[in-house]
Ligand binder design. Sequence first.
Ligand SMILES: [Mg+2]
Length: 201
Amino acid sequence: MRATLDGEMGFLKSPRAGGLGYKRRVTAAQPHLKPALFLDRDGVLNEDRGYVSRWEDFRWIEGAREAVAAFNRAGWLVIVVTNQSGVGRGYYTEADMHRLHARMTEDLRAAGAHVDAFYFAPHHPEAPQEIYRHPDHPDRKPNPGMILRALADFPIDAERAVLVGDKTSDLEAASRAGIRGLRFCGGDLRAFLAGEALLPA
Ligand SMILES: [Mg+2]
């Protein structure tokens, strides 16, 4: 699903990506580019109860599935970008996280909704396992790495991309990736997006 479209579409190295190897599309008007809704996970799609890793502890945010379905229907890409330092800290494994995302995907499908891609940042500066240890990984929000990667992986019109997150680190990541960021402070996600005049009819 994360097709690499290099060559076909004329990618350019992004000066903003600063040597991280991310590529960014030429921004001239390209009608095939799609709008994209970037969603933080914990606190936006599901209640943030702290390091949620088990389906038993997972609670959807009200209106979240309905919001995703509405954006799907309108032709938006819906992309989750989530810090998962619980993996790096050793609280749960990547496999646990993927299992949870698979359950989310099943539930979304039942609601006529889907997420186009999950990007996750498992790193933490004090991770016991070396593979997850990094002082300031470019993917870990507030760094913009996950968003930049998605912008390179999918045909997204960055001008029509918006990230919804519940923390300042989400908004900073959006800003540094050059896309709009919106702070969601709880409640009904669908109603929130409708209030921002973003929810497609
Ligand atoms: Mg959050």
